[in-house]
Design a protein around this ligand. Structure first.
Ligand SMILES: Cc1cc2nc3c(=O)[nH]c(=O)nc-3n(C[C@H](O)[C@H](O)[C@H](O)COP(=O)(O)O)c2cc1C
Length: 369
């Protein structure tokens, strides 16, 4: 799927109202008049239990944006481009509205993107789809998903996007949440709708996510899709996610090892700030496994929830289990860690110097003047 955000100007909204209608009968149906669900709860529901409005730690490498959409889950007749309320064609690719928002988020946060796909496609006819969705909801049916090689262990932050169906989440999203364990991760819902808001969907997501830290979601009206970028960015900032892709959000640091000085950056996260408050910070670090140098620090940061069991070369990380800081410099044939680490920054200089160091080194981290 191409990244639509590089070319926002080329968005073309394709006949939204016609697309939602019964194509075979040629009837145009106004989506705003559709009675999506008799038992509708038409207001956004505020979630309270266990929900924190702020994200503590954030880095793009461990972020997954997963979403469901009618587009990508429907076999449309050849003469229909996409039977969704506001499908978008960008650079010859067609996205549902939820896919557009997913790509905007990804543009801001980085990370991986994954479309939830059911084994059986949904009907292209709107009434048939609405009927099937009601049946699935009423019976609690969880549609089977297509196989994928998604490795959830890689991620500590998971955005979950979906179109609101019958004022709630499509059952395929619940299939996804029953298949993957998101407890202990930060989960951030987002949805698109045709004017009736998120309904009960945030609560449903929170309930299905076990012990996850579920943040405040975002609901975007499909008619606002072409101007959604700013809304999405404002929302991301409001939940504590500043654009980690932007250089402005990183602070330059240097890392002194004997007479060698390396360059690096520290991310703009609460944990990273807490640790840089102790800079210049000297840590006695030992080499381990041909992949990392780590050493204990003499204070315990407070903002240390979450973490991941993998690393990128150059990552500077904090590990809450043994209160250590590490610099990872080489992937090995054992890329999975036994304790979770939280990336707080990155060494940007050539990493080959780590191959030449003694088994124990005093390493000093300082803000670059
Ligand atoms: C079966 C079905 C049920 C829907 N129910 C609602 C609803 O309850 N409230 C609402 O505002 N929009 C509802 N919609 C509209 C979609 O949420 C909206 O068009 C969404 O942006 C489509 O996203 P997509 O293109 O990614 O599939 C429904 C659409 C379908 C197909």
């Amino acid at each position: 799927m191409k990244n639509i955000l590089a070319i926002p100007i080329s968005f073309i909204l394709t006949g939204s109202l016609l697309a939602c209608g019964n194509q075979e009968g040629g009837i145009e149906e106004n989506t705003q008049q559709i009675n999506y669900q008799q038992e509708a709860v038409l207001e956004d529901t505020e979630i309270t239990n266990g929900i924190s409005p702020y994200i503590n730690n954030f880095s793009n490498s461990d972020t997954l944006i997963v979403y469901f959409s009618r587009v990508g889950n429907t076999e449309y007749p050849d003469d229909v481009v996409a039977s969704t309320s506001a499908s978008i064609v960008a650079d010859n690719d067609t996205f549902g509205t939820t896919g557009v928002i997913a790509n905007i988020i990804r543009e801001s946060t980085g990370g991986d993107i994954h479309l939830i796909q059911t084994k059986e496609p949904y009907p292209s006819d709107f009434d048939a789809l609405r009927e099937q969705n009601h049946d699935e909801m009423n019976s609690g049916y969880l549609p089977l998903l297509k196989e994928s090689d998604l490795n959830m262990d890689k991620y500590s932050t998971v955005f979950i996007g979906y179109p609101v169906w019958a004022t709630d989440v499509p059952q395929a999203v619940l299939s996804f949440l029953s298949k993957y364990d998101l407890s202990e991760k930060t989960v951030i819902p987002f949805c698109t709708h045709d004017g009736y808001g998120a309904g009960g969907s945030y609560n449903t997501i929170a309930k299905a996510c076990g012990n996850a830290n579920v943040l405040e979601g975002l609901a975007i009206d499909s008619s606002d899709i072409s101007s959604a970028q700013e809304t999405v960015e404002t929302w991301l900032n409001s939940i504590g996610i500043e654009n980690p892709m932007s250089e402005n959000s990183e602070t330059a640091i240097n890392i002194k090892i004997g007479n060698i000085t390396l360059n690096g950056v520290i991310y703009d996260t609460a944990l990273a700030h807490e640790i840089t408050d102790h800079f210049p910070l000297s840590v006695s670090m030992v080499g381990y496994g041909g992949r990392e140098y780590y050493g204990g620090i003499n204070f315990v940061p407070e903002n240390a929830s979450g973490g991941q069991l993998n690393f990128e070369n150059g990552h500077i990380t904090y590990c809450g289990d043994n209160n250590t800081i590490a610099i990872f410099y080489a992937q090995t044939d054992r890329p999975n860690l036994t304790m979770e680490v939280i990336p707080i920054g990155k060494v940007t200089s050539d990493l080959s110097v780590f191959d030449t160091l003694d088994s124990r080194e005093d390493i000093t981290f300082s803000i670059t003047e």
